[in-house]
Write a protein of this length. Structure first.
Length: 176
């Protein structure tokens, strides 16, 4: 009876150890899958935001190119501004997903990029208003200011990419 009881207790302890090991393995796998799922959602949010930024910047470049002419075509400028505004709405929509996915380091970098882009857009809107008014008195200065603000915007986006890279653990998305 002692040998039978010992065997029974040994089997029970072995079963509990196996069950505990299986539970621990299951928890580790679930955490790993959740982390991968979260990383993928973040990656998608960041990539969509950066793609929307690119499209918006292309639209803004078209506005700037149209404004360079000595006698700019106001219809072309207005059409380009409409495209820019549509792309800007896409950027704002994409930003919401970045904000939701976080973390705070990326959200703060996003806000800096938004602020820098707003500064550039403000100059461009003034340039469009001046073109409509036929006022060329600030044109050269505004193009210089737009170039400075574009550089600040680029730096802010570069910082956003670095913050996203740190969160995702992917150094390939950094821009030197």
């Amino acid at each position: 009876m002692d040998a039978g009881l010992t065997a029974l207790l040994g089997a029970a302890v072995g079963s509990l150890a196996t069950l505990g090991s299986a539970m621990l393995t299951g928890r580790v796998a679930a955490r790993s899958q959740f982390a991968q799922w979260q990383r993928q959602h973040r990656r998608d949010a960041y990539a969509n935001y950066l793609a929307a930024l690119y499209d918006r910047d292309v639209a803004l470049d078209a506005v700037r190119d149209a404004l360079r002419a000595d006698h700019p075509d106001l219809r072309e400028i207005d059409a380009n501004m409409e495209r820019f505004h549509a792309q800007a709405r896409n950027v704002h929509r994409s930003a919401e997903f970045v904000i939701l996915e976080g973390p705070q380091s990326v959200v703060q970098a996003l806000y800096r990029a938004v602020h820098a882009a707003d500064g550039l857009a403000e100059v461009m809107r003034r340039m469009v208003r001046d073109a409509h008014a036929g006022d060329t008195s600030r044109k050269v200065a505004d193009f210089e200011l737009a170039a400075e603000r574009e550089h600040l915007s680029y730096q802010a986006v570069k910082a956003l990419r670095a913050a996203a890279s740190d969160v995702l653990g992917d150094r390939r998305i950094r821009v030197p």
